[in-house]
Design a protein around this ligand. Structure first.
Ligand SMILES: Nc1ncnc2c1ncn2[C@@H]1O[C@H](COP(=O)(O)OP(=O)(O)OP(=O)(O)O)[C@@H](O)[C@H]1O
Ligand code: SF4
Ligand SMILES: [Mg+2]
Length: 346
């Protein structure tokens, strides 16, 4: 164990993960074959999540965060998207070797996803009680009445006031924050072991964001689920994540226990992201924004894909792709100059 939070949660313990990963994504590759060419959206991503662990996946728009999650869930838009390599081992089985029906069953009962936009994820013409209840009727063969009772319990569990009175309301009758709670309730209904939350609070205002994130973290701890939290926002993950994986151009460029990464990043891209967070104690200072744009995924630059934007880039960076170097216990960085970056940050 290298890092313990104040409340005793482990922060990415290599040993615990080696013993019992819930999810073990290995060298995953996904491409989209479109008329404009082949977009290499995921290029050898590996990550692990243990029961009760929260992994935050961070990166700019287009870095492959959602596509990786869609491949894990088995909901990739295909065509044009194809998994072209790797393994997705969930509870000991490679999901990529399973048939469609079996994947659907696992998706319903063992892993669930929470999306950014609850309004489009929920059915507008069904009451929330009917939608929640349907999960129990279909998957657990409950009567409509019993299922409705479970729906009310779930709504109470996710903090919806007057749940019994509101079980017959439609999604549009709830506020954004309450709708997001309903989506969390849907995800929790069948007691999944893994939840993937893709930008779950982005559409909400800041105070509601914090409440929904706290709820998610609390449920995750209580139910010992694995949680993958996808976000643009480093500020959001500091309090809830154990480990962070930073993605760039379809690769993981750095992974570390959350507090270590905040204290001292080992990749120039992570450093750029951290320096872009507004800090209350530095009001008025200009924000460092990483110059340039992420690459076109149909023509990823040779060598290190970050080199056109990297303030530390040298000749070797333009020709040799950096492997994921071990940068300490439970830490890795895909930068030839990770040590220099890490030492510079300390
Ligand atoms: N349905 C699709 N058809 C074609 N290309 C796609 C499709 N979905 C994703 N892609 C490609 O995969 C890339 C990665 O997309 P992804 O949605 O994973 O990004 P992301 O990291 O989740 O970004 P964001 O933060 O904006 O949600 C996109 O830039 C695009 O090139
Ligand atoms: S390998 Fe080179 S270009 Fe890539 S992040 Fe490191 S220093 Fe920058
Ligand atoms: Mg996304």
């Amino acid at each position: 164990m290298t890092n313990e939070d104040a409340d005793g949660r482990s922060a990415g313990s290599g040993t615990a993960l080696a013993e019992a990963p819930l999810l073990d994504v290995r060298d995953l590759r996904v491409e989209f074959r479109t008329r404009d060419g082949v977009a290499k959206a995921v290029n050898g991503v590996s990550y692990r999540v243990a029961p009760g662990q929260t992994l935050a996946v961070l990166g700019e728009s287009g870095s492959g965060k959602s596509v990786t999650a869609q491949a894990v869930m088995g909901i990739l838009d295909s065509p044009p998207g194809y998994v072209t390599g790797g393994e997705i081992v969930f509870q000991g089985r490679d999901l990529l070797t399973l048939g469609r029906e079996e994947r659907r069953r696992i998706r319903g009962a063992k892993m669930a996803m929470i999306f950014q936009d609850a309004l489009s994820a929920l059915n507008p013409v069904l009451t929330v009680g009917a939608q929640l209840g349907e999960m129990f009727e279909v998957h657990e063969g409950m009567s409509r009445k019993a299922a409705r009772g479970r729906a009310v319990e779930l709504m109470e569990r996710v903090g919806i006031p007057a749940a019994r009175a509101r079980v017959g309301d439609y999604p549009h009758q709830f506020s954004g924050g309450m709708r997001q709670r309903i989506m969390i309730a849907m995800a929790l209904a069948l007691g999944p072991d893994l939840i993937i939350a893709d930008e779950p609070t982005t559409a909400l205002d800041v105070t509601v964001q914090a409440q929904v994130m706290d709820l998610l973290a609390e449920l995750q701890r209580e139910l010992t689920m694995g949680l993958i939290l996808i976000t643009h926002d480093l500020g959001v993950v500091a309090d809830v994540a154990d480990t962070i994986a930073v993605m760039y151009a379809g690769r993981i460029v750095e992974t570390a226990p959350v507090h270590q990464l905040y204290r001292a990043p080992a990749h120039p891209y992570t450093r750029g992201l951290l320096e872009s967070i507004p800090r209350l104690d530095q009001k008025g200072q200009r924000l460092f924004a990483i110059k340039g744009l992420p690459p076109n995924l149909t023509a990823i630059p040779p060598g290190c894909p970050f080199h056109p934007r990297c303030p530390l880039a040298r000749d070797v960076c333009r020709t040799d792709p950096p492997p994921l170097y071990e940068a300490g216990p439970d830490r890795a960085s895909a930068c030839h100059f990770w040590k220099e970056t890490l030492d510079g940050a300390r």
